[in-house]
Design a protein around this ligand. Sequence first.
Ligand code: DPM
Length: 358
Amino acid sequence: MEEGPYKCVRDGNGTVNRVIRMGTRKSQLARIQTDYVAEKLKTLYPDVHLEIVAMSTIGDKILDTALSKIGEKSLFTKELENALERNEVDLVVHSLKDLPTTLPNGFTIGAVLQRESPHDAVVLHPKNSGLTLDTLPDGSVIGTSSLRRAAQLKKRFPHLEFKDIRGNLNTRLKKLDEKEDYAAIILAAAGLKRMGWEARVSQVLGPEDCMYAVGQGALAVEVRARDCDILEMVSTLHHSETVLRCIAERAFLRRLEGGCSVPVAVNTEVKDSVLSLTGAVYSLDGADSLKEAMETSVDPGNKLVSAADIQHVGVTAHNVPQCAQVAAEKLGVDLADLLLSKGAMEILTTARKLNDAR
Ligand code: DPM
């Protein structure tokens, strides 16, 4: 076994056990997510020694500015990628929705784990217990700094007002409960569940109220693209259906040249080997929007020729049928092209300009 950049531990039986260093952000959610992946790896590879390395990122340090305004593309990922590049860690666990659709050269997503609920949820100020977005009084202030959530909800619930709220999940819950600034906040159901705060969810928003962000609810493991051993090891964590849905979603967002600073939302489903994707773009107030849906077969018998590139929007998944990945990626691109032909770029460009001017 080559020594490479790894620390190796001989166990006395002639086998070499690696120390795998897992990079994570320091927030409680990031730690929980990393521990979750560590548990899975431990079960699959009992001989592997796992070490967790926690770091702060730009997204963690700048707590007073809306994400969409910081203007740094890989807010939560850059420092972690630097550590991967310098061989200080061997893999990094992320929320897939925080990973750009184009990764820097040399990196790939080696695992996309089974998705939790991808939906957004309403968390009410305790004094509003029993109410819903519909029944909250006129002028109630809802905290979210997601342009995507605000755009959809402004249109759907015109009696509500929307204000930015930043900070990690703990900070946000505190800002909600201990002050009178917000009547409710909107957060991803998946994050709340992982934190053990399901009891605070008063309402889960279905696609008719608020479609979710690309990759929301799925965990991703980022690795060095050339690190075949680690790639092979983490690939056993892939969940095929989640991989295909997220490839379609990411291809859609990439084609629209969207990042975390544009109001783009999706909804996907796999049923009887058919992958369906609904995608939409919104103006900041939600008044202008374009929404379309398309589907494709992801049956492994499908004869679509595999592209030479084995990465699909950053994801490497040798154990998921290539033809299905190709079909999923094409679905995302085709749906984006359909929206672009109807004027999606104008809506997004205007939204971006207005947001920058805020
Ligand atoms: C991205 C957005 C947000 C996060 C934008 C969006 C929410 C920002 C905000 C790209 N990343 O969703 O439209 O509300 O101000 C984030 C969360 C999770 C991953 C928290 C959340 C947990 C859920 C998951 C922040 N990133 O969305 O409530 O793993 O998908």
